[in-house]
Structures are given as structure tokens and as C-alpha cells.
Design a protein around this ligand. Structure first.
Ligand code: SF4
Ligand code: SF4
Length: 324
């Protein structure tokens, strides 16, 4: 079903939706665009370039309680809000599909799923993001949208895809329209040779390129925090001083950090910075491809934008392709 919405009515439409949903949208804040909870006076930027923070924080917060306890009573958190991500572009929608696979298959992560099953996904035929190289990865089109928004002159065309999305267009802001069905896709251009990249990555961490990158890398973990797909976490018990209450939390972690692979007794399986950098690339472009057929990267470019050492993932995988 296709419906039109006047562009001037976007704020009113979102206001209507937010009676039911907590809406995450690309919002302009202090000169940058970030996926945040929308409030009435926020400016939504549907043609966003690259958001500062990835959408994953709405489903996998950077720190969240898994359980709390008081004396013998253990409580696990519940979640009873309907969520919506509004205006996600094709690459970020594809990243969400990969995150879903990581958290829901083969074993379902209940903490992730209690939010994900209540989240509606509204996509937008977005602009190409700054530093993005998704077209070089041969990414499949995302299949996880409830509704698709397209821009046409002074209107948006809203195309419902799932049955549950029909509720999103039952209001006075929208009108029925005769338009053709469309799908969003990620263009393909100058595709990288993943076989060659994998073959080089499988040679292990002792290649000169990883030692060279290790001299530049600060091991800060920022690349993983801003990545819409990286999902490593740590679990921490925090008892009160008396010990009769406390909580267990999970927090974002990064395999780039020095103590990530450290175990009891102090042994560290990836002590060398070059080993950790190699591992990050090897997971994304070799192990993920073998497990799921596609890399754990959608080429969004956030890690390029935010790396304090100016390490460029595209330049690195192009080098791997050349050496593979
Ligand atoms: S953001 Fe850059 S400097 Fe920091 S860990 Fe990642 S590659 Fe290294
Ligand atoms: S470009 Fe960087 S931040 Fe974006 S998906 Fe790939 S690894 Fe993650």
C-alpha cells in the first residue's frame, strides 16, 4: 500500500506516532547528526550522511542491567515500550540485519530481543554517506523494513511492507496514492575481491601490514564502539559493600583493547596490538564471510571518521586484496 505525506507535515506525523512509539531518528544536534530519541522540536535529517553514533545503542545499550538482586530476590528487567527506528538508510538497515543474526541466531539473546521484537523499522532511500564504501562490498538489499519512505518533490511516499505497518498510515496526515512498488537496494560498484582478502587475512597476524598498523593504532576501541555491527560486550557484577544487593551489567567492549583477551591468571591470548588489529579485520572479512556469506561490515565509514590515528579500513582491505 502506498500513501503520501506532505513534507511540511513530517513533524506532525512524527508527533502522532510518538504517542505510541519511542522513535529513534537521525537528528541534527550541535552540528552533527546522531541517531537519538526524537522530541517535538528536533530536526530529522532523512538524507543523513553519516551519523555520529550507530543505531545499535537503541537495542544494545552501552551499559544495561541484566539482573538486580536484593537479599534472595532476583529481578530481571522487563521492557514494555514500542520502539521505532525512523528514516534508516539501506546500509544501516543491512547492519541491523547482521546485528539481528548475531544476537538472535542460533540462540536468542533475551535482552536484545525484548527490544527488537517491539521495534518497527522505517527505511528511507537515503543519500550516500560520507566515507561510505558499501557499494564495494556486494551487500544484499535489506529485507527487514516495515515501511519504506521515498522523497518525491514536496511529498514523501510511504510504502507499507509488513501487515503491522498498516497501522502507521491510519491518521489524518497521510493520503492514499497510486505509485509503483519500490525496494531499496545498495548499489554495487568496483566490488572488492573478498576471496583474495580472506586468503591474505588467513595468513595470520605476523604479516608486516599488521605490525605497521600497530605502530599507529592507539588501541582505544573507538572503531568498535562506533561500528553499527561490532557487538562484543563484557559482563560485570557490582555488589553493594554489604553484599546483600547489587546488579549484573553488560557493557560494550572492544577486541582492540589490551585486556580484551586476558583471562584469569593474567594470560592474554592477543597481547600484541598487531594481533588485535589483525583479529578485528579477520573477524569482519574472513570468519564472518565463512559463517554467514557476507562481511561483518557494511562500509558505513564511521570507523574511518572517528579513528584518532586516521586508520582507514578501506585502504587496509584494499591492501589485503592486493596481497591476497
Ligand atoms: S579507532 Fe583507530 S586507533 Fe582506536 S583502536 Fe580503532 S584503529 Fe586503533
Ligand atoms: S565501515 Fe567500519 S564502522 Fe562501518 S560497518 Fe565497516 S567496520 Fe563497522
Amino acid at each position: 500500500m502506498a500513501i503520501v505525506l506532505a513534507k511540511d507535515d513530517l513533524g506532525g506525523y512524527l508527533e502522532h506516532l510518538c504517542h505510541r512509539f519511542v522513535i529513534y531518528a537521525p537528528i541534527r544536534k550541535e552540528g552533527t547528526i546522531t541517531f537519538s530519541i526524537w522530541h517535538s522540536d528536533d530536526e530529522v535529517v532523512l538524507d543523513y550522511e553519516t551519523t555520529n553514533t550507530p543505531l545499535k545503542k537503541s537495542l544494545f545499550p552501552h551499559s544495561e542491567p541484566l539482573l538486580t538482586y536484593l537479599d534472595d530476590v532476583v529481578t530481571t528487567p522487563t521492557f514494555d515500550l514500542d520502539l521505532m527506528v525512523f528514516g534508516i538508510n539501506p546500509q544501516d538497515a543491512r547492519a541491523l540485519e547482521i546485528l539481528d543474526e548475531a544476537f538472535l541466531k542460533p540462540i536468542e539473546d533475551t535482552h536484545y530481543n525484548r527490544r527488537r521484537k517491539r521495534m518497527y523499522v522505517v527505511g528511507y532511500e537515503g543519500a550516500k554517506m560520507e566515507n561510505s564504501f558499501g557499494e564495494r562490498l556486494g551487500l544484499p538489499s535489506p529485507e527487514n523494513l516495515d515501511m519504506l519512505i521515498m522523497s518525491e518533490g514536496d511529498k514523501y511516499v510511504l510504502q507499507t511492507i509488513t501487515d503491522r505497518a498498516k497501522d502507521l498510515v491510519k491518521n489524518g496526515f497521510v493520503k492514499a496514492a497510486n505509485t509503483n512498488e519500490r525496494k531499496i537496494s545498495i548499489e554495487e560498484n568496483d566490488k572488492l575481491d573478498l576471496e583474495k582478502i580472506m586468503s591474505f587475512l588467513d595468513k595470520g597476524p605476523d604479516q608486516p601490514i599488521w605490525h605497521e598498523l600497530a605502530k599507529k593504532c592507539f588501541a582505544c576501541g573507538v572503531c568498535a564502539y562506533v561500528c553499527p555491527i561490532c557487538h562484543c560486550f563484557d559482563v560485570e557484577d557490582r555488589p553493594s559493600i554489604s553484599g546483600d544487593s547489587g546488579d549484573r551489567r553488560r557493557c560494550w567492549d572492544s577486541c582492540m583493547l589490551a585486556d580484551f583477551a586476558q583471562v584469569a591468571g593474567g594470560a592474554n591470548f592477543r597481547k600484541g596490538r598487531h594481533e588485535r588489529i589483525h583479529n578485528w579485520y579477520h573477524h569482519k572479512f574472513s570468519r564472518a564471510v565463512k559463517e554467514r556469506g557476507v562481511p561483518d561490515c557494511v562500509g558505513c565509514g564511521r570507523c574511518i571518521m572517528h579513528c584518532p590515528a586516521k586508520i582507514d579500513i578501506l585502504g587496509t582491505i584494499e591492501k589485503c586484496e592486493e596481497l591476497g
